[in-house]
Structures are given as C-alpha cells and as structure tokens.
Design a protein around this ligand. Structure first.
Ligand code: SF4
Length: 147
C-alpha cells in the first residue's frame, strides 16, 4: 500500500508542470473528487485536506472518534479496541502495526500539527505536489545564488 501511495505521489509530482499549466485551482474539484473516492475505499478517508497517512502507518487518524492526530489517547482498551467505539480497533494500534511494515517507520514518531478544519474537503494530493514543487524551487534558487 505504501509503495502504491508513494508511486502515485511521485507520478503527481512528475506531472506537476502539466498540472500547473492547467491550473491547480481549476483542478482542485476534480482531483479532490478522485482522491475522495480512491482514499475513501482504501483508507476510509474523511478528506481532512492534510493527509498524514505516510506518518501514521497508513491508518487514517480522522477515523479516531476523538480525531486525535497524535494518538493514542489513554482510553485504548487492553485488546487494542477503542473506548468510544468498542467494536472498532484503535486507529493508532492499527497505525503502529502498519508503521512496522513501512520503510520509514520513524515518521510515526513525528508530532503532527493540529488539523486545520478550513482545509476540509480539499485535495491533499495537490497540496503535497505544491509543497514539494516549492521546496525544489527553493533548493534550486539557493544553489544558484552567489555565495
Ligand atoms: S489523514 Fe486526512 S486526507 Fe489522509 S486519509 Fe485521513 S482524512 Fe483522508
């Protein structure tokens, strides 16, 4: 799952010049629609707009009834189930298992920012493409700058 996800991310970043030519704003709605459907099936995605799957063992933290972004809370049951929804495995227990199978499980320990609810419903994919592009451009500019 992690490999598929990072392959998709790389493809989107490679396509970034084309996406920028079309216009990221124009693409927002259709991409968010596709993202919602794909990630909805795979991860029960709630479209928070700030995807953390790569840092949460591919377990969506927005499915935690408390939407805890840096979990688990103190209420996780001994059998790994949720205190609020006793028939549901804690998303953070699932995340921990998932992180053990990931190439960089260290990301699991990175503290996440609180969710910005203004971004709900927007595409995390496009946001990530923009972030990576900006980062690359900044690196190129700093390499080209006279020392
Ligand atoms: S972290 Fe946000 S974008 Fe990622 S799967 Fe969960 S709700 Fe969807």
């Amino acid at each position: 799952m992690e490999s598929c996800y990072s392959a998709l991310e790389k493809t989107l970043v490679m396509m970034a010049p084309v996406l920028e030519r079309i216009g990221m704003d124009r693409l927002e709605k259709p991409v968010a629609f596709i993202e919602k459907n794909i990630k909805g099936v795979l991860f029960d995605c709630q479209m928070c707009g700030q995807c953390a799957l790569g840092k949460t063992g591919m377990s969506c933290p927005m499915n935690c009834p408390k939407t805890i972004r840096n979990g688990p809370c103190g209420g996780v049951r001994e059998d790994g189930f949720c205190e609020v929804k006793p028939d549901m495995r804690c998303v953070w227990v699932e995340g921990w298992s998932g992180a053990q199978k990931m190439r960089d499980s260290g990301e699991f320990h990175v503290v996440q920012f609180a969710v910005d609810y203004r971004l709900k419903g927007s595409s995390s994919w496009l946001r990530e493409v923009r972030r990576i592009r900006t980062e690359k451009q900044t690196n190129v500019q700093s390499e080209e700058a006279p020392s």
